[in-house]
Design a protein around this ligand. Structure first.
Ligand SMILES: *Cc1c(COP(=O)(O)O)cnc(C)c1O
Length: 395
């Protein structure tokens, strides 16, 4: 039940967080009405804005909950009930947008891509030209297939058609390029346990543009229910930022401390360096997998994500057997999520503190495991390609 062997966690969330983060998190019990905690919370809010490229002072929320809560809260607080919304779906989490919107009574239209592909800008423009949509809902990285949407391009399109762009950045924030205010991405949301290198349990949202502020000002007044009312949480966020105490519902105190430390680490590495590191390691992994003869789900390098890779299993290899045999070799990979990819693919997460050693160990364990499972793999083929990629990248 409690594994005592050292393991390499290669899942797309949760991810390993640093000992430093853990140390601060457990150093004491922070009480949510103490000034110390208010100061830490305020710092976390300010640092999060910098990580997503949000203008100073825009409404930003860090509340207890998972990424799914961040999706739902973003939507219901910025788009009036009953509005038409366009979901651009690249897989499992895109479909989650559609389900969240439908269950909240929005009029939903879904544009879908084949697994491993993204919906073309022409298709989106075509749909927006036909009818008016209050909002466009999309995932920056689709974690079920390992593809990245062109968010900067979508922001231009959304502005042209006067639709609000709400971006689920759960698998992208702090590992893919993003400047939400400059790009005109209206609303960005994420969760703590992915590229933010923090334990699960926090939902994060930023309202990045003037348009988002207007939409939020209107829609948040009419939010049904209690917990998801961001206009109430905003008072708490403002108070903490100003070093005052306030209360709406008890914040996840330990997680906020962990988050503040992780955000500090992220900003110290530098966003540009961080994105570069993720991109280089993602490229290395894919070079290794392809050289082993495996096929990557993402249609091409230009849309392949920095944070997660899905690949097809070789003929005759069952994904759950692959995962369990990899686990006995102390490398944890993830199962397929996309309905069309079940039984024939697997996923590797490479976000957060991932380094070249993790990638090399994963490829090595994968070669041995697949060989043992009867796949035609030449031992060393993936490793050689990965090593060469790392040398070329000077890593
Ligand atoms: C993980 C993930 C989610 C869901 O987050 P939870 O914290 O599990 O609710 C949503 N969107 C994307 C893109 C994800 O990767």
């Amino acid at each position: 039940m409690y594994p005592d062997e050292r393991r390499i966690l290669m899942t797309p969330g949760p991810v390993v967080f640093s000992i430093d983060t853990l140390r601060y998190m457990l150093s004491t019990v922070y009480e949510h009405t103490s000034l110390d905690f208010a100061l830490i919370y305020g710092e976390a809010v300010r640092k999060f804005r910098r990580v997503v490229g949000a203008r100073d002072g825009v409404p930003t929320f860090i509340i207890p909950g998972s990424g799914t809560l961040a999706m739902e809260a973003s939507l219901v607080n910025t788009v009036k009930p009953g509005s038409r919304v366009l979901v651009v779906s690249h897989g499992y989490f895109g479909d989650r947008w559609a389900r969240i919107a439908s269950s909240n009574g929005y009029d939903v239209k879904v544009l879908e891509a084949e697994p491993g592909d993204i919906v073309g800008e022409d298709v989106i423009v075509g749909e927006l030209s036909k009818s008016r949509y209050e909002a466009i809902l999309v995932n920056h990285v689709e974690t079920s297939t390992g593809v990245r949407a062109d968010i900067e391009g979508l922001a231009r399109v959304a502005r042209k058609f006067d639709s609000l762009l709400v971006v689920d950045g759960v698998s992208s924030v702090a590992a893919e390029p993003l400047e939400c205010s400059n790009w005109g991405v209206d609303v960005v949301l994420t969760a703590s346990q992915k590229a933010l290198e923090t334990p699960p349990g926090l939902a994060l949202i930023s309202m990045c543009t003037e348009k988002a502020l207007e939409a939020y000002g209107e829609a948040s007044k009419n939010v049904k229910g209690f917990y998801l009312r961001l206009s109430e949480w905003e008072k708490v966020m403002r108070a903490y930022e100003e070093g005052r105490i306030s209360y709406y519902a008890t914040p996840a105190t330990h997680l906020v401390v962990a988050l503040e430390r992780s955000l500090e680490k992220i900003l110290r590495e530098g966003l540009e360096n961080r994105v570069k590191r993720h991109a280089a390691l993602a490229k290395t992994l894919r070079a290794g997998l392809e050289a082993m003869g495996l096929k990557i789900v993402a249609r091409g390098e230009e849309i392949a994500a920095n944070t997660v890779t899905a690949a097809y299993t070789p003929p005759g290899v069952n994904p759950s057997e692959l995962r369990s045999k990899m686990t006995t070799r102390n490398v944890i990979i993830a199962m397929p999520l996309h309905p069309a990819l079940r039984d024939k693919s697997f996923r590797i997460g490479h976000m957060g503190s991932v380094n070249a050693n993790d990638i090399i160990s994963t490829i090595a364990a994968l070669e041995r495991t697949l060989k043992t499972l009867g796949a035609e793999i030449e031992l060393g083929s993936g490793l050689k390609a990965a090593q060469e990629t790392l040398v070329n990248l000077n890593l």
